[in-house]
Design a protein. Structure first.
Ligand SMILES: Cc1cc2nc3c(=O)[nH]c(=O)nc-3n(C[C@H](O)[C@H](O)[C@H](O)COP(=O)(O)OP(=O)(O)OC[C@H]3O[C@@H](n4cnc5c(N)ncnc54)[C@H](O)[C@@H]3O)c2cc1C
Length: 298
């Protein structure tokens, strides 16, 4: 079983990776697995499953990632947060990942349950920052570890310099790479990459990409980015809000242009949020020529 780092280092052309969330019930699980099977032949660099925000549905993450490790050819990466866990519980979850063959962990602090911007209260026997979780994962085995990065700064960071300092600290604590939160323009991501490089980190940073297929995915992108969208983006998409086909077509054009610019700047891997569906990601992978298994389309 390869690590994410090994997969990224082996790329001879730009690659892509895919993110899913854990299924809530059986019908959800069927949808998830259909999508996984539709994307598997495209040979993504890795696939990841998020860890239930605020403590929800964590068993779903653990079960699904274990099945990916045993039943597919994909390189699995489990997200893990410190929310509501003692160190002993975190050790147990990490041990479970190792036991089922998951060698890649995205180490996150997480947000307070209920209100992501509420006061962060650590578990009395738990951890305060992702940096500590990186150290714990490293200490427990031969894992490849990723961390989160924020093109506009984490919403709780006082300023971009502070944000960069803590990003570099968690990379130096033992992380191999970072995955960036959603953003609107290639330059926003490239500035993050430049800030980390200027602060002395050469760890790869992988941009997170949301296929903008519906007004909901646009709203989610705005929410997760933590930033105000540029007016050109709203001007292109908002007038199409009541025309699903036109919104989807234009949304995928916007994302294709963003990805093309990132690839032109030498970004080696694009990380797609799939929302547990394969269609839009397959379309983007095809348009961008990211998989030999899928002929590029116009
Ligand atoms: C790619 C990606 C995937 C994600 N996946 C999930 C998921 O699966 N489940 C989920 O619940 N959430 C997920 N999140 C959301 C994430 O948990 C939140 O954004 C959370 O608020 C921050 O997590 P972090 O790991 O960046 O925290 P940290 O790196 O700990 O940072 C949190 C805040 O503390 C500051 N800080 C960091 N270290 C220190 C320090 N030593 N001293 C003082 N201040 C410090 C930082 O600047 C920042 O403002 C994801 C986010 C991203 C970008």
């Amino acid at each position: 079983m390869c690590t994410v780092t090994e997969r990224l280092q082996a790329l001879t052309a730009p690659g892509f990776s895919i993110e899913f969330f854990p299924p809530r019930d059986e019908p959800d699980e069927a949808v998830l697995w259909r999508s996984i099977r539709q994307l598997e032949p495209l040979d993504p660099s890795y696939m990841s499953i998020t860890y239930g925000a605020g403590g929800s549905n964590r068993d779903g993450t653990i079960r699904s990632i274990a099945r990916v490790a045993t039943d597919t050819t994909l390189v699995p990466m489990a997200h893990l947060t410190a929310v509501g866990h003692s160190v002993a519980e975190l050790r147990q979850v990490i041990g479970h990942f190792a036991a089922v063959g998951v060698r890649n962990i995205l180490a996150l602090r997480g947000d307070p349950p209920g209100d992501p911007m509420g006061e962060w209260i650590a578990h009395p026997d738990g951890l305060n920052y992702a940096e500590e979780l990186v150290r714990l994962v490293r200490e427990l085995g031969d894992f490849c570890v990723g961390v989160a990065a924020f093109p506009y700064g984490h919403p709780r960071s006082a300023d971009l310099d502070t944000d960069t300092r803590y990003l570099v600290r968690k990379l130096r604590a033992g992380a191999d790479f970072a995955v960036a939160q959603l953003f609107f323009e290639a330059e926003d991501f490239l500035r993050l990459r430049d800030r980390a490089a200027a602060a002395g980190s050469d760890a790869p940073i992988i941009p997170g990409i949301m296929p903008l297929t519906t007004p909901r995915t646009l709203r989610k992108t705005i929410e997760l980015s933590g930033a105000t969208p540029p007016s050109w983006l709203l001007d292109r998409l908002e007038p199409l809000a009541d025309d699903p086909a036109a919104f989807r077509a234009e949304g995928l054009n916007v994302v294709t242009e963003l990805c093309e610019r990132l690839l032109a700047e030498g970004v080696p891997n694009l990380h797609f949020y799939t929302f547990n569906r394969a269609k839009a990601t397959r379309e983007l992978v095809s348009r961008l020529g990211l998989s030999p298994a899928l002929a590029p389309v116009a």
